[in-house]
Structures are given as structure tokens and as C-alpha cells.
Design a protein around this ligand. Structure first.
Ligand SMILES: [Zn+2]
Length: 390
């Protein structure tokens, strides 16, 4: 069990490890006892991830000074897939193409839909003529008022016109006509939140892990994203029109770094969903099952306010990087559920202020009152604090 479990945060003082030595075995026993009576949550049998290397065959995509988009995105896609197969146990990776062949946009989306994919990741490289743009950006399906974003989508959608029958196959959609894009303004993206989550992870990896310039998560009406019926993103891994970036995109090291970044983003997304699948935000009501040792001065008597971020019927291992790096996480066991909270304040208003920060990461976070490692009704805690301060 993590030593951090009972270390203090913020205003509190640090406790000695001696106390942990007393409490931890007690907690472990209780957890073992409870988990024996907790039914298993079904874990997803298989994650199906469709990787879509843009363009191919007669469609070269963007053209740099010495290379084509289709040829730089393919090795990144294939490597990313390899890493996914190594890094996620229950994954099935499907590629829309594994070689230099032409696949039309509808078929790319259909491959994902037919296979009931959980994720669709389209990999492209960018080009802006006459402008020295560089960096990586990731798109989710959506309407945009930003001309540059629309320009990227129009350019990627334009491959539709390589289909002889595009006017009938694409519902009359003309990728080169801005009027055609009006149809997307009424669209609701059911997967916007998950897609954006994955896109943000990708941008974070680009920026922090492999030091690419972060152009952010954007929305634009990409046909291939529109046609897919699962969380989907289109990532532009760099500008083939930029002298240095074209070299990077064509280098083995660059391609490998990009594949690692994309893999890590996906792996963490999957891990997070799996964790959340056994998570709900039930308001604390039932009494706590844990009776901690009386010898611990910090969990006898004092009421603290914490921010609950998750509950689970299964124990979640607390380790660096879990819970989105929220710092000190405390596990509180109530009934047959594990609750996870962050922050520890004697002052309720400070906990509320902290919740507002946490809310950006965990939208459903809320303040709980904790005494003796049990959750108290919030009102009771507030009332007792008031009477004490009188
Ligand atoms: Zn492209």
C-alpha cells in the first residue's frame, strides 16, 4: 500500500512512519476482507483501436520539399500499433492501410464502424503554403469558426474528390465548398468529451514527452471523424511544409518519438476508462466500515474537508501518475466502496476553493467531511465546526 495514504497535505503536519506501521496492516486486512465480498466488475474484454494512416496510393497527401505525407504517417501509424499491442493486454489493433494503397474516406470510417472500434485515430501531417507554421495539433469533430482550422479540414476532406463517384457517395458533400460545411453546424458529437480527452493527452505527450510545439486541441469538420461512430481524433503530427519538421517527420528517431507519444496517450486513455468503468460518484451516505487505530492523532477527533474525486467498488492502486497526477490521494473505505479524495483542509472554504481547481480535471468532484477516516454528513461537520468556533 502506498505510504502516501495517510500523509498530510496542505496545512497538516507529517506523521511518523511508526503510525503507518500500526495502521497499514489493519487497513490491508479490512481491504482483503471487503474485497472478498465485492463482486468483480466486468473488465472490457477487448479494446479495438483503429489506426488510420492518412492518404496512400494515388493520394500522396501533402507534399513537402522532398517527401509525401502518405509516407511519413504510415511508419508512425505502424509503430504506434506495435507499441499498443505490446503495451495493452487486451487490445486489437486494426489499420485502415498497412501499405502504400489508396483507401477512400468512407471506407476508412467504415472499417472502424464495422469492427465496432473503441477508438479511431487518424494520423496526418500538415502543410501551410507560404507560412512558416510548425508543431503538432489534434482535431476532434466539430464546427469551427476559425478559418485556419477549417482550411485544414477542407484540405484533408478534399481527398474525397479523388473518388469518381464522390458526389453520390458522399451525400452531395463538396469538400471544397464552404457552404457544404453548413450541414455540420447542427451536428451533435456524442463522443466529443472522450475524443477531446484523448486529443488532449496526445497534445500533452507531444509537448512534454517529445518536445514538439503544441498547437493545441482543435475542432473542425473532418469527414472521416464525422462518419465514425466512436471517440475519434485526427492528429496532425507536424508540418511537412516546414524545413526542420519535414526532416524530423522523415527521420527514424522522429517517427519513433511520435509513435511513442501517440501510444502513451492511448494507453493512458484506455487505463483511465477502465478505471472509471468501476467508478461512480455516489454521494457519501453510508457509514464508514473502517475503524482506524486510536493511536493516530490525526484521525481521532479532528474533522477535515477533502475533495472526493472517485469511488470504486474495486481498490485502485495509488501510485505516481494515477488520478491524473493530483498529488496526495487518500483512500477512504465506506461500506463496500473505495473512495478517493485529494486535499485535506480544516477550513471548509479552502476545500471548496480546491474543489474548483480539481473540477477542471474531475468534473464531478465534491467536498466531503472526514473524521477518523470516516465520512461525515457535510452539514453535521459544518455545524460542529461552527459550534466549536463560538
Ligand atoms: Zn492528410
Amino acid at each position: 500500500m502506498d505510504k502516501k495514504l495517510f500523509t498530510m497535505t496542505k496545512k497538516g503536519k507529517h506523521r511518523t512512519n511508526n503510525i503507518n506501521i500500526v495502521i497499514l496492516p489493519v487497513i490491508v486486512l479490512i481491504i482483503l476482507f471487503i474485497s472478498a465480498y465485492t463482486p468483480d466488475i466486468p473488465v472490457k474484454e477487448k479494446w479495438v483501436i483503429v489506426i488510420d494512416p492518412g492518404h496512400g496510393g494515388r493520394d500522396p497527401g501533402a507534399t513537402g520539399s522532398f517527401s509525401y505525407e502518405k509516407n511519413v504517417v504510415l511508419p508512425v501509424a505502424l509503430k504506434m500499433g506495435e507499441y499498443l499491442e505490446q503495451g495493452i493486454n487486451n487490445v486489437k489493433v486494426i489499420y485502415t492501410r498497412k501499405s502504400d494503397i489508396y483507401v477512400d474516406l468512407n471506407e476508412r470510417a467504415e472499417i472502424a464502424n464495422r469492427n465496432k472500434a473503441d477508438l479511431f485515430i487518424s494520423i496526418h501531417a500538415n502543410l501551410i503554403q507560404g507560412r512558416n507554421a510548425y508543431g503538432a495539433e489534434t482535431y476532434v469533430m466539430g464546427h469551427t469558426k476559425d478559418d485556419q482550422n477549417l482550411e485544414v479540414a477542407m484540405k484533408e476532406n478534399a481527398v474525397i474528390t479523388l473518388d469518381k463517384n464522390y458526389s453520390t457517395n458522399y451525400e452531395g458533400f463538396d469538400p471544397n465548398s464552404p457552404e457544404s460545411y453548413i450541414m455540420f453546424t447542427l451536428m451533435q458529437n456524442a463522443f466529443a468529451e472522450q475524443s477531446t480527452d484523448l486529443a488532449a493527452r496526445m497534445q500533452n505527450e507531444y509537448k512534454n514527452r517529445i518536445k514538439r510545439y503544441d498547437r493545441g486541441v482543435k475542432q473542425a469538420p473532418f469527414w472521416v471523424l464525422w462518419k465514425t461512430t466512436m471517440p475519434s481524433v485526427l492528429t496532425e503530427i507536424g508540418f511537412i511544409s516546414h524545413v526542420n519538421e519535414e526532416k524530423y517527420l522523415n527521420s527514424k528517431a522522429g517517427q519513433d518519438s511520435l509513435a511513442v507519444a501517440l501510444f502513451r496517450a492511448c494507453r493512458d486513455y484506455v487505463a483511465d476508462i477502465e478505471r472509471k468503468s468501476s467508478v461512480s460518484t455516489v454521494k457519501p451516505a453510508e457509514p464508514a466500515a473502517v475503524v482506524p487505530s486510536e493511536t493516530d492523532p490525526d484521525i481521532t477527533g479532528k474533522t477535515f474537508f477533502m475533495v472526493q474525486i472517485a469511488t470504486s467498488s474495486k481498490k485502485i492502486e495509488i501510485k505516481p501518475g494515477s488520478f491524473k497526477n493530483l498529488g496526495e490521494i487518500t483512500e477512504i473505505i465506506t461500506g463496500n466502496r473505495y473512495r478517493y479524495a485529494t486535499g485535506k483542509f480544516e477550513d471548509y472554504s479552502k476545500a471548496v476553493a480546491y474543489r474548483k481547481e480539481v473540477e477542471r480535471i474531475y468534473a464531478d468532484a465534491f467536498v466531503i467531511a472526514v473524521k477518523n477516516n470516516k465520512i461525515l454528513p457535510l452539514q453535521e461537520a459544518l455545524d460542529s465546526n461552527k459550534s466549536k468556533s463560538k
